[in-house]
Design a protein around this ligand. Sequence first.
Ligand SMILES: Cc1cc2nc3c(=O)[nH]c(=O)nc-3n(C[C@H](O)[C@H](O)[C@H](O)COP(=O)(O)O)c2cc1C
Length: 155
Amino acid sequence: MGKVLIAFASQTGNTEMITDLLEQDLQQLGHEVTVKTFDFDVIDVDTLPDYDALLVGTYTWDDGEFPYEVEDFYIDLEGVDLTGLVCGVYGSADSFYDTYGLAIDLMADRLKNLGATMVEERLKIDLTPNKADEVKCKEFAGALTKLLQTTAQIA
Ligand SMILES: Cc1cc2nc3c(=O)[nH]c(=O)nc-3n(C[C@H](O)[C@H](O)[C@H](O)COP(=O)(O)O)c2cc1C
């Protein structure tokens, strides 16, 4: 199966919980998964071609903004050609806000504009993942796998 990089940010642990679910689901589907955090790991855009797929996990902050640690990555992506890379974006947000999960949309638009093949769904989870969200994570991992297969990244 494919080599998948998951890069995520989480302040209060919700996006981290979603990351753990996706990591398990992808491993069960036979992928080789590397998990990095925007807080503590170096995520160099030059290394993205080493992977078949990239998942970005981000919470939303301050009226629809990226967390600072994710913003740097967003800026680094400027001008990078992501043609051939399968990408998906997910995260926890709070439906109390009009700007529900806007950072997820901003990141997904950016990756798409750089030529990535996107998992169509933007996986927004309201605060902490529940049982129904666990199913959504499985479906998201399944959609990513299908895209990798149809774009012939993996057998
Ligand atoms: C100051 C502050 C601003 C926030 N702004 C937004 C927002 O604009 N849109 C949104 O969907 N959620 C917003 N949230 C909610 C967080 O995205 C939500 O709590 C999320 O679960 C945090 O994820 P984490 O546990 O991975 O850090 C905000 C939370 C705080 C504390």
